[in-house]
Design a protein. Structure first.
Length: 307
């Protein structure tokens, strides 16, 4: 058993990591900003604001907790909001990561940092490899890339996990895209979905499996922790409709330019997952496999009954 320190434990990914680690019997600490969140059994909570906490206070925390692995999920992830909240995005996604990485380096803690496919510009003619050139188009992507570099420079033992379009957080506080879409289709409400943004959608439970496998191995380097399918958002939405037996004609394709989104997105950000597959010995789920599990969870929790 190991001692883990996890940031971002109130989010859809971090909360599942806490739950899984606690259930496995590890010693688990969660670094949270607010006390007003659902607490996981077996997890010990520490409270601070990562955007303002000093390196000295982090050192004191690490000396008291003595973590072996930091799993750093805390981030401002709303891509459009980051454009208007640049200072906060850089403070949390980059500067806080810099301080955490330095402290990890000082105490010999393995640092696992959750990053994004938005570090790429979407111009590759093939799925991106981990070593391909990065060129983020948005504040979110830029701030996460700075976080990646802080981790690489701040500590000797590190893992960077680049993921994409995480779905399936159907029981979380935030509205999950898949659940929202399923509810709209059940209500027979028309929806417009972008058809020119290709990515590697990632089922949240599969992502957690990949992260924990890499953490247990103390895997060194950058890994694409994503689903094994590459698909655009419109085709993804059609698959959701088929799983539900809903009317596919309710879904209309739309181009990104028509949405007037604040942040520019990469048009093609498919991720090659061969490296993670070799490392952990398991191939990530396809979008069909992930959606099948997601739809089962939605039905088991009766999340469409009130729709």
């Amino acid at each position: 058993m190991s001692t883990f320190l996890v940031t971002g434990g109130s989010g859809c990914i971090g909360s599942r990591i806490l739950h899984r680690l606690g259930a496995q019997g590890h010693t688990v600490y969660a670094l949270q900003r607010s006390e007003f969140i659902r607490r996981e059994p077996g997890v010990q909570y520490e409270y601070c604001d990562l955007t303002t906490i000093s390196e000295a206070r982090l050192c004191a925390l690490f000396e008291r907790v003595q973590p072996e692995v930091l799993i750093h999920c805390a981030a401002l992830t709303n891509v459009d909001a980051c454009e208007g909240l640049r200072e906060l995005a850089y403070a949390l996604n980059a500067a806080a990561t810099y301080r955490l990485a330095r402290v990890c380096g000082r105490y010999g803690v393995h640092c696992l940092f959750l990053s994004t496919d938005y570090v790429y510009d979407g111009t590759s003619p093939r799925p991106y490899l981990e070593e391909d050139q990065v060129r983020p188009l948005s504040v979110y992507g830029q701030s996460k890339l700075l976080g990646e570099r802080a981790v690489q420079e701040g500590c000797e033992s590190w893992t960077i996990c680049r993921t994409a379009v995480v779905y399936g957080s159907v029981g979380g506080a935030r509205q999950d895209f898949t659940l929202w879409l399923a509810q709209q289709l059940q209500r027979k409400q028309p929806v417009r979905i972008v058809c020119d943004q290709v990515s590697s959608p990632t089922y949240v439970e599969d992502l957690v499996e990949q992260i924990l496998a890499l953490a247990s191995l103390r895997a060194q380097g950058i890994y694409h922790t994503a689903g094994s399918s590459m698909i655009d958002r419109y085709q993804f939405a059609l698959l959701v409709a088929r799983f539900l037996g809903a009317n596919e004609t309710l879904i209309s394709p739309i181009l990104s330019d028509e949405l007037a989104q604040k942040a520019q997105r990469p048009t093609y950000a498919g991720l090659c997952i061969e490296k993670i597959s070799r490392k952990i010995g398991v191939r990530p789920l396809s979008v069909e496999e992930g959606l099948a599990r997601c739809m089962t969870a939605i039905k088991e929790q009766s999340l469409l009954s009130a729709a």
